[in-house]
Design a protein around this ligand. Structure first.
Ligand code: FMN
Length: 333
């Protein structure tokens, strides 16, 4: 399996909406985008409530659907339905540590139950001829290298085409740093592509991770919400381009909020608008003030007005210019 890019956007619940994906895509034509984590049960039940989350736009490709669940039959049904919609890969979530997910035996709980994980993967493999991937934590309550390699060898044996590793065990949440040595270990041991994930916030870090670990691609999560142009900067770094990138923060902020308003139903505006604004406000000097104002609002129009007000008061913050990083082309791309 050849990956379509060395840059992947992480799946993030309530964040990787069609709206944010559209913003990322305006900056980067090549990065692989991903859905929010989707309930396999809701997909298999053809729940109309779920449709806005499953919606895929033409600009999303190359695109991954991520599903979560622990029932092999239901997961297989979800694979069949999503494959028919067209995507680069269907990804099985083995990383989510939210209590509601764990208690159903899904997400990171599958790391603690390799027999069930095997059944889920085997059922999904039988259901789809397309690419099948797993995104996982390094373990459930510890990150033992030997156990990790054994688990991933099982995934490979069951026909998984590539694996994304977030180098923290599930019980850590986001504490400590992601352990990229585990990504190196996995890359050396597996014949399938390995994508490394965790804590990348800048293009030079992305380049360094690719170089140090030999992994096939890097996946960025939180930074892609705060800086939807990060993949464009990474692409420039990888290709050795010296072209600077000019970003209008006001435009990106308000256009993404408006896209949430037009692409998602009203019942999702508040949660998705606030979630995006929480990360994106981090770009401005008085981020706490801006986010506090946005959080008071329920409608996209009112959130957008809060952003307008901020940049009216702080016009000097609107434009950011990013220079290319040095050390480009060291990855041989
Ligand atoms: C708000 C939020 C929601 C997330 N939702 C998901 C999810 O639905 N599926 C998943 O596999 N990982 C999810 N993650 C984890 C990210 O995909 C990623 O593995 C993690 O944030 C580490 O990458 P980063 O340091 O680049 O952010 C989520 C993370 C955050 C912060």
């Amino acid at each position: 399996m050849i990956l379509p890019s060395r840059l992947f956007c992480a799946p993030m619940a309530e964040l990787t909406t069609p709206a944010l994906r559209g913003t990322i895509r305006r900056f980067s034509k090549g990065a692989v985008l991903c859905s929010e984590m989707l309930s396999a049960g809701a997909i298999a039940a053809h729940s109309p409530h779920n449709e806005p989350l499953v919606r895929k736009l033409p600009g999303d490709d190359p695109f991954i659907y991520q599903i979560v669940g622990s029932n092999p039959r239901v997961m297989a049904d979800a694979c069949r339905i999503l494959e028919a919609r067209g995507c680069f890969s269907i990804d099985i979530n083995m990383g989510c540590a939210a209590p509601d997910i764990l208690k159903t035996g899904a997400g990171a709980q599958l790391l603690a139950d390799p027999a069930r994980a095997r059944e889920v993967v085997a059922a999904c493999r039988a259901a789809t001829a397309g690419a099948l991937s797993v995104k996982m934590r390094a373990g459930f309550e510890d990150a033992d290298g030997k156990r990790l390699l054994g688990f991933c060898a099982m995934l490979h044996g069951e026909g998984v085409n590539f694996i994304t590793l977030h180098g923290r065990h599930a019980k850590l949440g986001f504490r400590r740093s992601a352990d990229w040595k585990l990504v190196s270990l996995l890359k050396k041991a597996l014949p399938i592509p390995v994508i490394g994930n965790g804590d990348i916030t800048a293009p030079d870090q992305a380049l360094a991770r690719l170089r140090e670990t030999g992994c096939d691609a890097v996946m960025l999560g939180r930074e892609a919400v705060k800086s939807p142009w990060i993949f464009a900067l990474c692409e420039r770094a990888l290709s050795g381009s010296a072209e600077p990138l000019r970003v209008d923060l006001y435009e990106v902020f308000t256009e993404t909020l408006r896209a949430i308003g037009t692409l998602l139903p009203e019942r999702l505006h508040k949660s998705r608008g606030h979630r995006f604004a929480f990360y994106f406000s981090g770009n401005v000097h008085f981020s706490h003030d801006l986010f506090t104002r946005i959080r008071r609002e329920n409608s996209i129009d009112a959130m957008t007005r809060a952003v307008e007000g901020y940049f009216d008061r702080n016009p000097g913050e609107q434009i950011r210019e990013f220079q290319p990083v040095e050390g480009e082309n060291q990855c041989g791309s």
